[in-house]
Design a protein around this ligand. Sequence first.
Ligand code: 7TS
Length: 404
Amino acid sequence: MLDLQKIRADFPILTQKVNGKPLVYFDNGATAQKPQVVLDAITKYYSEINANIHRGVHTLSQWATDAYEESRGKIQKHLNAKHAHEIIFTAGTTHGINAVANGFAALLQPGDEILVSAMEHHSNIVPWQMLCERTGAVLKVIPMNEKGELIRSEYEVLLSEKTKIVTVNHISNALGTINPVDYIIQKAHEVGAAVLIDGAQATPHLKPDVQALDCDFYVFSGHKVCGPTGTGILYGKEAWLNKLPPYQGGGEMIATVSFEKTTYADLPHKFEAGTPNIAGGIVLGTAIDYLNEIGFEAIAAYEHELLAYATQKLEQIEGLRIIGTAEHKTSVISFNVGNIHPYDIGTIVDKLGIAVRTGHHCAQPVMDFFGVPGTVRASFAFYNTKEEIDIFVEALQKAVMMLS
Ligand code: 7TS
């Protein structure tokens, strides 16, 4: 059981009024709010530690380096990665996917195949399309059904020895579907393909075990797990990270440099060129600690309750169609009401203090599949409440009355 009162008190932003109304923040799929421990850790870093890492003999630099590496260790433990050097700090999910896609350019031949799913965020489509243009590889799409679930039999037909990498999200941002990633990984490995899991929407709700999953790469964003923006993680199996060439060249990623030849540093530094987001990387560890203290099992159970409560309430609104009705879903509800434009609903509920996302959610192919220009999306976090859902449903009813 979560102590909601205590949890909500951890988030200063939740006491704010927006447009004269108490804030109801249901846009957690876009980014999560930050608890006080995270805000304090940012201030502490800049007021007591700030120095560049891995390069100074002086004490502050040592403190900063130690804190950064300690955070890497926390994230290793959190993901159950075998080695700390398999944890690469990035600027976010988009950065992590691009790093892997760029590395694969060196490994692909014309005619090789890359599989993505029909429910990917643009950041897990576009980098692979760019890679196909560079290499002559071919992008193939794993289809989904009307509920927003991947079709297993069609996936199995698409897999062949031509498949070099399969890249799917763990949870869909537009539909909330929890994908069967263990099965996807196992089947891909049977044909010798690597697998990248986009964990951007999963990591706020569950604790992935990368060794149990046996994925080759797992990426996520810090800002969606209550951490700072501009942070993220690329996990890669040691053998894969050694095989892939680095994405960026620069300081700190080299062993030796001469004008004739440069050799690269060992992992993880090979993938961490330049001065990183030091404060962000350290504080991402603080955010992960915070979530683990609450506990992911309790978070998932509570969010499931919110999902069931909101789904049942929303279904009572005439003309409301939920997009994404998979059997395994997280606390994301995408919907439309009649022919009302999602943007209009979003604008009216915003006036009543409620933050939801409207539009295509950077998943245009998903919208095309369901034949809608976009949806209203309410995405709940562990600090949301049933009372907030009631406020939202009432506001939505008002909006529908005004717009129909
Ligand atoms: N993959 C998925 C599944 C996502 O949901 C997002 C962001 C990304 C990748 C990209 O993450 P970034 O941190 O690098 O931008 N999704 C959303 C969303 O649903 N609303 O705003 C951002």
